[in-house]
Design a protein around this ligand. Structure first.
Ligand SMILES: Cc1ncc(COP(=O)(O)O)c(C=O)c1O
Length: 370
């Protein structure tokens, strides 16, 4: 009798199953370190420590939205509300289950086996993940010293590729992509996907409006960071309306869940609160950078996002991450050659940030005496 082999039956590009290094389960780490999860400061996921806005919480608790019926496949209310918020036509917007889904839809529409995409590492992992699933090749143009973008190499790579994916500010380095580089990339005629997941924490203006008038420029945005809705999964893309209509055609019809839709609509009625929180977080970010730099062995890179990447002179990223974990602070260590002596922390509430700074001070002394 023949037996089905689920691995052997996979598409060729999936034989080596890609794995996205997702966040570790906080409950499991807490158990490992004997911590009460309620005391943990979770700063490993670039999440918003304030959580959803008051109006979003109210909407989630209300009975006004209807979880038992399918939502609107055309996303009319949501696209209109986002359009009003950004000052762009709703026809230029496509909403997804996290901006991650927009990346996936772009791959579904445009990438086939053998196609190339350009990234600039270190960067967000989902572009390469989707490329691997699609059987597309990733042409990586590593960031230069100080995490600056290698403009000429990016332009060269873009000319031989189907799309470029760059976040601004970049995750995990925190620096913004200069607009002049975007201009150069657009001149190549290749699709340029600018991921603005953290734009609300940056001094840089959004390219959303420009994307509606520029064929080939796609801007990704999310409610996960500014809106504090990471767990509900809701994000969107802004692009030329003609392209948006193609994405609308190719997306799953009910791709945005009812709770996420209700919370996102309510968040857009609470913009002032969310903006004020973003402002507090960027102030805290700068305060933390200065305090950590004063320790002498921690070197934070300038950040325009809601997290800080820092290079460590003592120990390495894993040791410092473990030292923080012992103190109930969960930070992100990335085990790659360029980031092994780095750690990334997202910004917490002011009192949490004080605890984080104190923990770094203690760990620094421990490592100096080791
Ligand atoms: C650059 C970047 N883009 C997108 C995302 C994911 O956003 P979403 O939660 O909307 O899928 C993240 C999450 O960390 C990110 O860092």
């Amino acid at each position: 009798m023949a037996v089905f082999d689920p691995r052997a039956a996979l598409r060729r590009s999936l034989r080596e199953l890609p794995a996205y290094a997702a966040l570790e389960d906080p409950a499991a780490i807490a158990a490992q370190y004997g911590l009460d999860i309620a005391d943990v400061i979770k700063v490993d996921g670039n999440e918003n420590p304030y959580g959803p806005s008051p109006k979003a919480l109210e909407a989630l608790r209300s009975v006004a939205y209807e979880p038992h019926v399918y939502g609107d496949a055309d996303q009319k209310d949501l696209r209109a509300a986002i359009g009003g918020y950004l000052g762009v036509p709703p026809e230029a917007i496509v909403v997804g289950s996290g901006s991650d889904e927009l990346i996936e839809i772009l791959f579904r529409l445009y990438m086939e086996e053998g196609d190339r995409i350009v990234t600039a590492s270190p960067t967000f992992g989902m572009y390469a993940f989707n490329a691997q699933v699609a059987g597309a090749e990733v042409v990586d143009v590593p960031l230069l010293e100080g995490w600056t973008f290698d403009t000429e190499a990016l332009v060269d790579a873009a000319m031989q590729s189907k799309a470029v994916f760059i976040p601004t500010p970049n995750n995990p380095t925190g620096n913004a992509l200069p607009l002049a580089v975007v201009d150069r990339l657009l001149e190549t005629g290749t699709m340029v996907v600018i991921d603005e997941a953290y734009i609300e924490f940056s001094r840089q203006p959004s390219l959303a409006k420009r994307a509606t008038e520029t064929p080939g420029l796609v801007v990704l945005r999310t409610f996960s960071k500014w809106g504090g809705l990471a767990g509900l999964r809701i994000g969107y893309g802004v692009m030329h309306p003609e392209m948006a209509s193609l994405l609308m055609q190719a997306k799953d019809p009910y791709n945005v869940n009812a709770a996420a839709e209700a919370a996102a609509l309510a968040s857009l009625r609470d913009v002032a609160v969310l903006d004020e929180r973003a402002c507090t977080l960027t102030g805290e970010r700068d305060r933390m950078s200065e305090a950590l730099a004063r320790l002498g062995w921690v070197h934070p890179y300038p950040s325009e996002a809601v997290f800080i990447l820092m290079r460590l002179d003592r120990g390495d990223g894993r040791l410092v991450r473990d030292g923080l974990r012992r103190r109930g602070i969960f930070a992100r260590f990335m085990d790659t050659p360029r980031l092994r002596d780095h750690i990334r922390i997202s910004i917490g509430l002011p009192e949490q940030n004080d605890r984080i700074i104190e923990a770094f001070r203690e760990i620094g002394e421990e490592l100096a005496n080791a």
